[in-house]
Write a protein of this length. Structure first.
Length: 564
């Protein structure tokens, strides 16, 4: 049963608040390593440049200076190389009310870093012959709707299932995660109501927590024991991860846990994950336990071949390999192979990465929502890995004549927007980075993505997660705002919206929660935009509006039928 929390209801699509100014600084803490020594591993590759360790640690401390205070939340960090800790640091307070300092053995929530443990549990059952990765998910979760093209277990693990993210659907119902105490039954009910998918299974990549919530449920049903017990017996205890478990009951008191916080104005407020769903997240752990896990991955000490299987990148139906593997992202950083995952739940932030060629791992856990864990973790890695040669890259050319024709608002097949801005003759993606011209019709995005002109008004984007085509939104003509007014309901969401016509805008008011209202402006024929959500009205063969569809990240084309 879902319990509603007595906290202010979050509006849909709310922007992050500004971080408070830092109070007086306190000295950084170098902390001793708790618990047993780790299994010896092969010696690492020597660093390219010999930099004194003290100097490296000082530079690392500088990265965390804003959180290295008794009046701020903070982070714990451990870096190991060749099986030995080379940096073990702690910053800030675990509890601002009691000014309890963070230590190396402080427990945090790891967010989506949890997914690799869920994937490992599935792979252990595969090794035991109890399931197969190409099994239909409905074999174990018959509550899901039957489909012409089955969703396979492998699709759950690399985010190619097409399942809408259950948290995104809950947001459309007016109860985003953090405003209601969702449990596993609630998450399953939301997923099972989805008759439509974001796309055909295996056709595309779209990050979805639904896949990993279902994976945890499958582990429980196949093994005959609870998911927390299975992972404890098969993974945590054998690897000596004595401080690791799951948040399967958010009410449970956990000594030594850091409270999570978000900035609100010039102060911090608590921002805890009040839910009991897990598998997609919910791992409670320490940097030391994450280091033990990383070393087991580097040494291949999980099952017979689970460590290698976790790192198998997903492959789409068209044969394109994506960078997401099974709870891990396989890519490169600073010229080296990097295997990593980030985590974000409520005010917790996490980052876990390892660099096989250097036998190095970086475990970072933070209790402040304003800590960008991937950026911080990679900055730490850069300091300790030392300079590496940059990969060869095609040279940029001068500004092509087509720049002025490219800028504008585009949508992909799922109404996901892409806005390209002409900034004094140079193109950039709104909210993102610059586009560097490679030719008259090709542009580089970062180091591993490209954008090209496929046809007039059409763009083709190639990224490590696949290909997508975007089309420019056609101009508006003959718009009659009053035509869109009415009541629209969705069984998949379990909610209804009242659309109210205004002066060159519509307002989408959520029934039963009238304080939640989206104001949407027209941006194309039958198309409106509201705080990042695309609202497209659908017409029947007679040209009459009979439905609207809302598309947000991780939940595409969610239909609401018009109620006469």
């Amino acid at each position: 049963m879902r319990h509603f929390l007595l906290v202010p209801a979050a509006l849909l699509f709310v922007a992050a608040t500004k971080a408070p100014p830092p109070p007086p600084k306190m000295p950084a803490k170098a902390v001793s390593k708790p618990q047993a020594a780790k299994t010896p591993m092969p010696a690492p590759v020597p660093m390219p440049v010999a930099v004194p360790r003290a100097q490296q640690l000082n530079r690392i401390d500088g990265l965390f200076a804003r959180w290295n205070r008794p009046t701020t939340p903070g982070c714990a960090l451990e870096v190991a190389e060749g099986g030995q800790p080379i940096a073990l640091r702690a910053y800030g307070s675990a509890d601002l009310e009691h000014v309890t300092p963070i230590h190396a053995n402080t427990v945090f929530e790891a967010g989506s870093v949890s997914k690799q443990f869920t994937a490992a549990a599935i792979l252990l059952l595969v090794e035991e012959g109890k399931l197969r990765l190409d099994d239909d998910v409905r074999k174990y979760v018959p509550e899901l709707p039957a489909r012409d093209e089955p969703i396979q277990i492998r699709h759950l693990l690399n985010h190619t299932s097409g399942l809408r993210d259950w948290g995104a659907v809950a947001e459309l119902a007016g109860w985003p995660r953090g405003t209601a105490a969702y449990g596993m039954d609630d998450a399953l009910a939301i997923i099972a109501r989805q008759k439509q998918l974001n796309f055909r299974p295996g056709a595309e990549y779209s990050y979805s927590n639904s896949g990993y919530t279902l994976a945890a449920l499958i582990v429980s049903r196949v093994s005959g024991m609870s998911f927390p017990r299975f992972t404890a017996e098969k993974i945590f205890r054998p690897l000596g991860m004595a401080s690791t478990g799951w948040r399967d009951d958010f009410r449970r008191v956990l000594p030594g846990r850091a409270i999570a916080y978000s900035a609100k104005g010039v102060v911090y407020e608590q921002d805890m994950p009040f839910e009991s769903a897990y598998g997609n997240g919910g791992l409670l752990t320490t940097v030391g336990d994450l280091t033990r896990w990383s070393e087991a991955l580097l040494a291949g000490r999980i099952g017979r071949n689970v460590a290698a299987e976790l790192q198998q990148r997903g492959v789409l139906n068209d044969g394109v390999a994506i960078q997401y593997a099974r709870g891990l992202v396989v890519t490169r950083f600073a010229g080296l192979p990097e295997i990593s995952h980030a985590g974000s739940t409520a005010g917790y932030r996490a980052w876990l990465a390892f660099y096989p060629s250097r036998r190095m791992s970086v475990a970072l856990l933070c209790s402040s929502a304003d800590a960008n864990a991937p950026d911080l973790g990679r900055a730490v890695a850069s300091i300790l890995l030392g300079p590496t040669p940059a990969p060869p890259r095609q040279a940029d050319v001068g500004v092509p004549a087509t720049v002025g024709q490219v800028a504008g608002l585009y949508l992909d097949a799922h109404d996901q927007p892409l806005t390209i801005v002409d900034d004094k003759g140079k193109l950039r993606i709104a909210g993102g980075g610059a586009l560097f011209p490679l030719s008259s019709d090709r542009f580089r995005m970062g180091d591993d993505s490209e954008l090209s002109l496929a046809a007039p008004g059409e763009l083709s984007m190639t990224t490590p997660d696949g290909r997508a085509r975007f089309r420019r939104i056609p101009p508006i003509s003959g718009l009659v705002i009053a035509d869109y007014a009415g009541r629209y309901s969705s069984e998949e969401v379990g909610a209804a919206y009242r659309v109210i016509a205004g002066d060159n805008e519509i307002r989408l008011r959520l029934e039963n929660r009238p304080q939640i209202e989206l104001r949407a402006k027209p941006i194309g024929p039958d198309l409106f935009e509201a705080r990042g959500a695309m609202v497209r009205f659908r017409r029947n063969a007679a040209g009459k509006i009979d439905a609207l569809a809302i598309s947000i990240p991780r939940a595409f084309d969610v239909r609401f039928n018009r109620i006469e």
